[in-house]
Unconditional design. Structure first.
Length: 313
């Protein structure tokens, strides 16, 4: 059996669209869990009044972040003794054959791999968003992304291992979960999946991409858009990114990376703060630097991320 987990935070209509696509799946041996993660009373009520009775809803009163939401779903789902946990973003539409195909690939790898599929842009349904990535420089965890933002011309049609995959959509066999455990609470949002993937690799498991499991992703709806347009996103990306690098790269290269990146971020922060060339330096540049500073603070105390973001009003 597959436990499917998706997180709702004040996006009930979008979540319901995602749920409807799952319910059309050709694979039927699953339970779908929607973790309603601190949504408003209106959003929660709308969700409960309109969701299919087959779906299990786990209500959390206070927003505990994407990581906390997934961990609640994993804990709740583990009661059913599943063979797999499939985690997917709520701003997605899944192909009706995707679950069947991704389970087949997991079995093919003897359940020793986390498996992802081909993710398309929702607004450009023939354009690939991600198929996972390879490390171009393992020292600094720099990545290259095959077929990213390309029309699907059958280039990325080979089923193969990746150095990194994304939990926009991935399946974790029970064997993997039992050894790797829950997502790290050092993250609230962003980089959590990369950290989890590398933890799995360190345990001897593999990361696999299959082109046969397809999904369409709207992308960063909850946090307000891409990195350039949203200081909220930029803050979390840079804070979480720093923590991820510290946890997963050799310390020599972690500190060398800081020497390279910190002065650039500081300059952008200064210029954005005093209003020089507003067309080039934005609030997101300031947010990136402040996120970095909060990442440094984490280096000193190693405390779980409580979700604080100074750019959330």
């Amino acid at each position: 059996m597959v436990i499917i987990i998706t997180i709702n935070y004040n996006q009930s209509r979008m979540t319901l669209d995602c749920v409807d696509s799952v319910l059309k799946s050709t694979y039927t041996n699953y339970k779908l869990i929607v973790v309603d993660n601190g949504s408003t009373k209106y959003e929660s009520k709308y969700l409960m009044n309109n969701i299919n009775s087959q779906v299990l809803v786990k209500k959390i009163e206070n927003n505990c972040g994407y990581v906390g939401g997934v961990n609640h779903g994993l804990k709740f789902g583990s009661k059913f003794n599943p063979d797999y946990y499939l985690i997917m973003n709520n701003d997605t539409i899944i192909d009706r054959n995707a679950i069947q195909n991704i389970v087949h690939v997991a079995i093919k790898f003897n359940n020793n791999a986390i498996v992802t599929g081909k993710v398309y842009h929702y607004d450009k349904p023939d354009t690939i968003q991600t198929t996972g990535s390879f490390f171009s420089d393992r020292r600094y965890l720099k990545e290259v992304y095959p077929c990213q933002d390309e029309l699907d011309n059958k280039t990325c049609e080979k089923e193969e291992e990746r150095d990194m995959i994304d939990d926009i959509f991935w399946i974790i066999p029970e064997k993997v979960f039992n050894q790797v455990g829950f997502y790290s609470n050092n993250f609230f949002l962003y980089a959590e999946q990369a950290d989890y993937a590398l933890r799995a690799v360190k345990k001897g498991f593999r990361l696999v991409y299959t082109p046969k499991a397809k999904l369409w992703h709207k992308g960063e709806i909850t946090t307000g858009g891409g990195e350039k347009s949203s200081p909220i996103v930029s803050f979390w990306r840079y804070k979480s990114g720093l923590i991820y690098l510290y946890r997963n790269s050799k310390k020599k290269y972690f500190y060398l990376g800081l020497v390279k990146s910190f002065p650039k971020l500081l300059i952008k922060y200064i210029f954005s703060s005093i209003g020089i060339r507003k067309d080039k330096y934005t609030k997101s540049d300031a947010a990136a630097f402040i996120g970095y500073l909060h990442g440094f603070k984490w280096l000193l105390n190693k405390k779980p991320d409580n979700g604080y973001n100074p750019f959330i009003k």
